[in-house]
Write a protein that binds this ligand. Structure first.
Ligand SMILES: NC(=O)c1ccc[n+]([C@@H]2O[C@H](COP(=O)([O-])OP(=O)(O)OC[C@H]3O[C@@H](n4cnc5c(N)ncnc54)[C@H](OP(=O)(O)O)[C@@H]3O)[C@@H](O)[C@H]2O)c1
Length: 384
């Protein structure tokens, strides 16, 4: 495989950058293909004509390469076709046959990719299979960042064994997330809250703390019909002592619910949750010092390892959100800032105790700012 930029490979005939950009756009049309990566594919003939396009739509359905091959005629495939794929083609039998085999069988002569797949079942083997069949493979290094952004969750789960974690909070302009009484509805307007629905729909799991359940009784489901979600994300409550009542709306609404508790034995935990509905699973997790609360890293490892969660959205109050940030487990912070003032008695954005001097500060890189009526959405990554 040759690692090159699109400029280095450009012969003046084939638009390498344009076709790869299109493959990435195709992949990005869907919010999630969990547990699979989002992938797009463009097939081009020797005269630079697009002869087929495809993208992975949902797990269990055709992969991008298979959809692109199915969209073009055998005649079109006669002319030394090139496949642009946003991720290394797979080499193993999963729910669908290997894409590298399909590309070889279709007579593709060149495959251009934007990123490698760290899945141990692929991880270079897709490229090796193509090359063993005499296909030239190019890795466009100037598209690596875009390919990475497309599948941040999938890639992180495969590389580190934990999901990509977004933490979302809504605050007033004076940095408050709830009144002292716990009342917090509504800080932001309808447009910002509808944007949160998209965040939920692209997540594999929504994680919250038991005190948000007790204060707000949220269902944390995706409710926007326009998103037409095929599945509800899993809802996860971190509840060390199992204080979640069986009547909680989140337990009573359809979809999978996991409650992670620090109550030591499975039997003890099951007994305490015996009145919960059947869609609710109670999981005993290790406790972390100093408060013997659920160990956050362990929860993330379990979500990735046992439930193949790629992207997780933390939607809690300041206590759990602060704990996630102080544990260094948040990758992206999304804060909706409303044009309201809630006053100095109201609750802060994050509980981050122990920061005493400027050198203790947690640095953020602001990556995006957007307006939703009278609210601002700020997206930032935590500088690690
Ligand atoms: N503005 C917003 O975006 C927003 C979003 C959500 C909620 N809220 C508001 O926030 C308030 C609730 O916030 P909150 O801070 O009290 O509660 P929270 O952050 O939702 O939940 C905190 C609880 O999570 C549990 N937990 C389990 N493992 C933990 C760990 N390792 N570290 C820390 N906590 C852990 C703890 O209870 P155990 O020790 O019993 O496990 C802890 O008390 C409500 O008023 C709600 O309306 C605002």
């Amino acid at each position: 495989m040759k690692v090159v930029t699109s400029d280095e490979i450009d012969s003046g005939l084939i638009d390498y950058a344009g076709h790869m950009q299109r493959a990435i756009e195709l992949a990005g049309q869907v919010l999630t293909t969990t547990p699979n990566p989002r992938v797009g594919c463009v097939l081009v003939d020797a005269d630079n004509r697009v002869i087929g396009e495809g993208w992975h739509q949902t797990a269990g359905q055709a992969h991008a390469e298979a959809m692109a091959l199915a969209s073009c005629s055998e005649q079109a495939l006669q002319d030394s076709p090139i496949a642009f794929v946003s991720l290394e083609p797979c080499s193993h039998h999963g729910r669908t046959p290997p894409c590298s085999d399909a590309l070889i069988a279709a007579g593709i002569k060149t495959v251009v990719i934007a990123g490698m797949d760290p899945n141990p079942q692929v991880s270079g083997q897709g490229v090796a299979k193509l090359e063993a069949a005499g296909i030239s493979v190019f890795h466009l290094k100037n598209f690596e960042n875009q390919a990475e952004l497309l599948n941040r969750g999938y890639l992180q789960r495969r590389r580190l064994g934990i999901p990509f974690v977004r933490c979302k909070l809504a605050m007033s302009l004076d940095g408050r997330t709830a009144m002292a009484s716990g009342e917090s509805k509504w800080i932001t307007g309808a447009a910002a809250r509808s944007d949160v629905q998209t965040l939920r729909a692209s997540s594999c799991a929504i994680v919250t703390g038991v005190d948000t359940i007790l204060a707000d009784d949220p269902s944390l489901t995706v409710r926007l019909e326009s998103l037409a979600v095929a599945r509800q994300p899993m809802r996860v409550v971190l509840d060390s002592k199992l204080r979640t009542p069986s009547t909680a709306r989140l337990l009573q609404s359809p979809g999978e619910v996991k409650i992670f508790t620090a109550i030591a034995t499975e039997e003890g935990a099951k007994d305490k949750g015996k009145n919960h509905p059947h869609n609710v699973e109670i999981i005993s997790a290790p406790a972390q010092a100093p408060d013997q609360q659920v160990d956050l890293k362990n929860v993330l490892e379990s979500l990735a390892g046992n439930y193949a969660c790629n992207e997780v959205l933390v939607e809690s109050g300041s206590t759990l959100a602060g704990a996630f940030i102080q544990s260094g487990l948040v990758d992206e912070l999304i804060v909706y800032v409303s044009g309201k003032l809630l006053g100095s008695d109201a609750r802060p954005l994050l509980n981050l105790p122990g920061l005493a001097s400027m050198s203790d500060q947690i640095a953020l890189q602001i990556t995006d700012v957007a307006m939703f009526d009278n609210d601002i959405r700020i997206t930032a990554t935590i500088v690690k």
